[in-house]
Write a protein that binds this ligand. Structure first.
Ligand SMILES: NC(=O)c1ccc[n+]([C@@H]2O[C@H](COP(=O)([O-])OP(=O)(O)OC[C@H]3O[C@@H](n4cnc5c(N)ncnc54)[C@H](O)[C@@H]3O)[C@@H](O)[C@H]2O)c1
Length: 449
């Protein structure tokens, strides 16, 4: 099939485009960011993502993908138009629909025959209905027919290629038998259950999934907090919970809270459109509040322990919102740095993949060139991202590099007993210093696969 992706050089658009090319479709990745299009045309990637370089190479070698900034080509040379533009959050939590509206208006202007228009961006419930009206109002030729489909994306950054190529399920929301048949044809080579529903339910599935994942993270952070106060061991609790098949083992690690481009903004968006529908969602509001408190609580702890931060050096490991990606959107690490710059300390950060600081941090934070430079002479080391490079650090070396052996491990990547044995003043999430016995050794041998 001939498919165009509007927003096709963005994270989701690129993986979707290259993934569909891998499945034998002819894909046009259209994006209005000329820099990204130029990079892609020269065989380079605008994002860091495992296995994506191989997918790009394969698609280019087989001439299955074209990168362009020309919307006219994208619309007129394809049967299906998939939209993957950004839908970031506004200040009041609503979804910013400006990129989507612009894309809809410009594609309807160039439509010259029947098209299936697929919204893959995460959008509030009812958006497909709204998009149908926008297209109708902007068609140059009002006799042209079209169908609107919702096809939310569930990939996880850091594992996005495999998530796209081997999804747990594919969800499509349709309102005509023809568009249903087209979507079945599009995904017929994928080995995954296809859930076909109406457009509103498909749009809601995405919010339901993200709200649930966010709930698990806030839940385990809350359990970690109470465990700390009653001297219970969060590692043992996690291990036991994860082995319960009704619960499952993912999204149950205590940490600095959820971040990234989706969970926070999607939860806020859900709360916002629920509010407009006069529906109060106290559980999900609590999930969001808990998440906002998480970083604040960790920061207050660091601030109170360091006391006078003047001339102290604080080193932060990690900038991306999680390991395996260079995405710093809504990253807990960035949120921590935003708090740290209000202290008098000298702030250093290192990330193995992110090589530039967000602009608003540049005057107050030093981006170190290596882990050693970051840690050297530090009075506090804060682990914000669970990169494997950090997990394999030799604590003896770290101890000798630091001025004051104080580690705040927001990802619980270090073994607490190991850290205490090396003489560190160590703070994990839900970890009390009094408690380290051989339980950790037992847990290390558990295989969750
Ligand atoms: N990143 C994720 O992990 C993820 C996962 C699932 C769903 N989503 C959803 O997918 C959507 C896209 O997210 P993303 O992370 O890929 O965003 P992104 O910012 O990386 O990509 C969006 C792309 O759209 C392009 N664009 C914007 N307006 C355009 C227009 N009018 N014409 C052509 N191109 C245009 C931008 O230049 C950009 O390259 C969002 O709705 C997001 O919530 C993201």
């Amino acid at each position: 099939m001939k498919i165009s992706i509007i927003g096709g050089a963005g994270y989701v658009g690129l993986i979707t485009g290259l993934g569909l090319a891998f499945h034998g479709h002819d894909v046009i990745c259209m994006d209005n960011d000329q820099k990204k299009i130029d990079l892609l045309n020269s065989g380079q990637l605008p994002v860091y993502e495992k296995d994506l370089a191989e997918l790009l190479k394969a698609a280019m070698t087989k001439n299955r993908v074209v990168f362009t900034n020309c919307i006219k080509t994208a619309v007129q040379e394809s049967d299906l138009i998939m939209i993957t533009v950004g839908t970031s959050g506004t200040r009041n939590g609503e979804t910013d629909m400006s990129q989507l509206l612009k894309a809809l208006k410009s594609l309807s202007y160039y439509m010259d025959n029947y098209k299936v228009i697929i919204i893959k961006s995460t959008v509030p419930v009812g958006t497909c209905d709204m998009a149908k009206r926008v297209i109708r109002d902007n068609l140059k030729n009002p006799l042209i027919s079209y169908d609107l489909v919702s096809n939310p994306e569930f990939l996880k950054e850091g594992n996005a290629v495999s998530d796209f190529l081997q999804p747990d399920r594919i969800v499509v929301g349709v309102d005509t038998p023809h568009s249903e048949a087209v979507m079945k044809e599009l995904y017929k080579t994928f080995d995954a259950p296809l859930i076909v529903t109406d457009t509103r339910s498909a749009e809601m599935v995405k919010y339901a999934c993200n709200a649930y994942l966010a709930t698990r993270i806030s839940f385990i952070n809350e359990i970690a907090e109470i465990s700390e106060h009653v001297d219970a061991d969060i590692h043992a609790i996690q291990a036991a919970m994860k082995l319960d098949q009704r619960i499952g083992n993912l999204y149950l690690n205590p940490g600095p809270g959820f971040g990234g481009p989706c969970l926070v903004k999607d939860l806020k968006s859900l709360l916002s459109f629920a509010d407009k529908a006069n529906v109060h969602l106290p559980l999900l509001q609590g999930v969001l509040n808990r998440n906002e408190a998480q970083i604040t609580n960790i920061f207050h702890y660091i601030n109170s322990e360091i006391k006078d931060s003047a001339d102290k050096k604080i080193s932060v490991l990690g900038l991306s919102f999680k390991a395996g990606t260079d995405d710093t959107r809504n990253s807990p690490a960035v949120r921590m740095l935003e708090k740290l710059i209000d202290t008098k300390a000298n702030i250093y950060v290192y990330d193995p993949v992110v090589k530039s600081l967000p602009e608003h941090l540049q005057s107050r934070v030093t981006l170190a060139g290596s882990i050693e430079d970051c840690i050297f002479d530090a009075d506090c080391l804060i682990v914000m991202t669970e990169w494997p490079e950090f997990q394999s650090l030799n604590l003896e070396t770290v101890y000798h590099l630091m001025q004051t052996p104080f580690i705040v491990d927001t990802r619980n990547i270090f073994h607490p007993k190991n850290a205490y044995d090396h003489g560190f003043w160590y703070k994990g999430i839900g970890v009390t210093s009094s408690r380290y016995t051989n339980i950790a050794e037992v847990l290390e041998n558990i295989n969750y696969a």
